[in-house]
Design a protein around this ligand. Sequence first.
Ligand SMILES: Nc1ncnc2c1ncn2[C@@H]1O[C@H](COP(=O)(O)OP(=O)(O)OP(=O)(O)O)[C@@H](O)[C@H]1O
Ligand SMILES: Nc1ccn([C@@H]2O[C@H](COP(=O)(O)O)[C@@H](O)[C@H]2O)c(=O)n1
Length: 249
Amino acid sequence: MGAVAVSLAPALRRDDYRLFRRGDHRAQPERAAVKTNLIIAIDGPAASGKGTLARRLADYYHLPHLDTGLTYRAVAQMMLSKAWSLDDDSRAIEAAGLVDLAALDREVLSAHEVADAASRVAVIPEVRRILVEKQREFARRDQGAVLDGRDIGTVVCPQADVKLYVTASAEVRALRRLRDIEGRGGHADFSEILGDIKKRDERDMGRADSPLKPAEDAHLLDTSEMSIEAAFRSAKNIVDDAMAGKTPG
Ligand SMILES: Nc1ncnc2c1ncn2[C@@H]1O[C@H](COP(=O)(O)OP(=O)(O)OP(=O)(O)O)[C@@H](O)[C@H]1O
Ligand SMILES: Nc1ccn([C@@H]2O[C@H](COP(=O)(O)O)[C@@H](O)[C@H]2O)c(=O)n1
């Protein structure tokens, strides 16, 4: 399969996206069905590569992308910058109400302490309710969307066309994070990063409201031994197969 879809799809505008069928070697993709509201939900633990994959898929299918982790990070960052206690639920709820999806700054929000604080405010049900509503609004766009996070397939977009659960061993994720930091000229300790990743996994998987877990109909993608390119190819095949399954006739 693949050759036709791989070579033609990147040249298509999102609005022109047509479904491909396995083994279709004609020069043009099928025109039987047009999908204008494709929703791809990607979940997984910290540093599993879900954001990287989400951005690649969004680019490939010409879809807008939302990294929902940034919304929780924005709440945390606001709390930290105002020196509000992370245990103050009403302040966190106030901060959640102020989150503007159009103003999320990945650079500012990428700090390590923000990630940890984000996972703390993410346990507050009212914070989640407010942010989930904003995330759903993003997903309601006519052209569809790719969203990545922890509860996209289970809570935010249970109706998503394709759900991926991206994972990798904690050690591999810690190593990727370490390389990330070193690549930006920073220094970090592998065992500290590993400890932080495990702590965050525990908090995200163990919370009562919307814990991180694969949706029942999610496709599991363990990228521990996959390159970014291989992970993208696997994910793209899953999406194309899911789309082909929806082709009428
Ligand atoms: N399959 C892969 N092989 C090697 N490195 C990868 C792979 N996927 C992602 N990476 C790298 O791992 C790091 C973490 O990836 P990414 O930021 O996409 O993870 P994430 O799951 O979105 O993390 P977070 O939950 O913290 O936002 C990045 O440096 C990215 O380039
Ligand atoms: N849908 C989501 C997304 C994120 N969180 C929480 O935010 C933390 C930071 O997320 P990153 O993806 O940027 O690492 C994360 O550890 C979760 O606690 C969430 O609960 N739901």
